[in-house]
Design a protein around this ligand. Structure first.
Ligand code: ADP
Length: 268
């Protein structure tokens, strides 16, 4: 259709003087929609060939008779790369869902969700004590489970990835007068002040990281940002280069909810 989209801003100059600025953003909006559709379609279309490739690679790997060492190595490399591509496609699809899907909220038991996420991560670590979970409050919040789970697990996996193998990572769920906060604190390499505003951009990775070959594609924090936007929550990053970082998600207290009580059958 031919509808025009205007972005309107009011600028105050004091003494009751106000200026109304209107900008035609129709074209910008159209391009934004095209970008989202393109990314959604490409990621969706990549899923089928990837599944087929992975299937054939698994068959090849199962042929334990007579694959030469060179071929075995090549199959392993191809598997690692298809896994990487699968992660990229999954993250792009998740990001698209977070950007476009309608919100469907329920009362989420965050302490239980965090306990579960920590357990899953501990199961994959040699040193399970690395993850310290502190639940200072038991409050639940109105939200979307998939979005919250993705945000929290991305923050935890980053904290583990970007700190030394045995360094503790502390996760805390607590409440202040204005917010309920989830913080993820690590004793890792930290982030330079200039990089902090950029780390949640799509595909942004700090240069040193690339060279050190820590696996990742730069979509984790973009997912966190979009997941939080769906909850009117803010991501606050504080970091000391060489000492560690703290990523905290601030949810407005207005989002606290009371879980539905279990209804016990009453005597007739
Ligand atoms: P990825 O981890 O896939 O590179 P992210 O979007 O999750 O992508 O993070 C973007 C960049 O921010 C990372 O490449 C890394 O340089 C930096 N970063 C994220 N989390 C941390 C952390 N806890 N400590 C230090 N640097 C981090």
């Amino acid at each position: 259709n031919n509808q025009m989209t205007l972005a309107v801003r009011v600028v105050s100059y004091g003494a009751g003087l106000r200026l109304l600025l209107a900008q035609d953003v129709t074209q910008l909006k159209k391009m934004e929609r095209m970008r989202k559709d393109f990314v959604a379609n490409v990621s969706h279309e990549l899923r089928t060939p990837l599944t087929v490739l992975k299937g054939y690679l698994e068959t090849l790997q199962d042929m334990d008779d007579g694959l030469s060492p060179l071929l075995t190595n090549s199959v392993q490399q191809m598997q690692a790369q298809t896994d990487r591509m699968q992660n990229l496609v999954d993250d792009l699809l998740l990001l698209t869902r977070l950007e476009t899907q309608q919100r469907k909220t329920q009362c989420i038991d965050v302490p239980a969700l965090l306990t579960q996420i920590c357990k899953e991560s501990r199961d994959m670590l040699d040193n399970a004590d690395r993850i310290v979970l502190v639940l200072d409050t038991q409050v639940h919040i109105v939200g979307e489970e998939l979005a919250l789970r993705s945000a929290f697990s991305n923050l935890l996996s980053n904290a583990l990835k970007y700190s030394p193998d045995n360094a503790p990572v502390k996760i805390r769920w607590y409440q202040t007068a204005e917010s309920v906060i989830l913080s993820v604190e690590d004793n890792g390499e930290g982030i330079a002040a200039a990089d902090i505003p950029r780390v949640s951009e799509r595909f942004y990775r700090i240069e040193v990281r690339r060279s050190k070959k820590v696996p990742g594609i730069g979509l984790g924090l973009a997912i966190v940002k979009h997941a939080l936007m769906r909850h009117d929550a803010r991501l606050v990053i504080t970091s000391d280069l060489g000492k560690g970082s703290c990523f905290s998600c601030h949810f407005p207290v207005a989002q606290i909810c009371t879980p539905k009580a279990n209804i016990m059958p009453t005597d007739p």
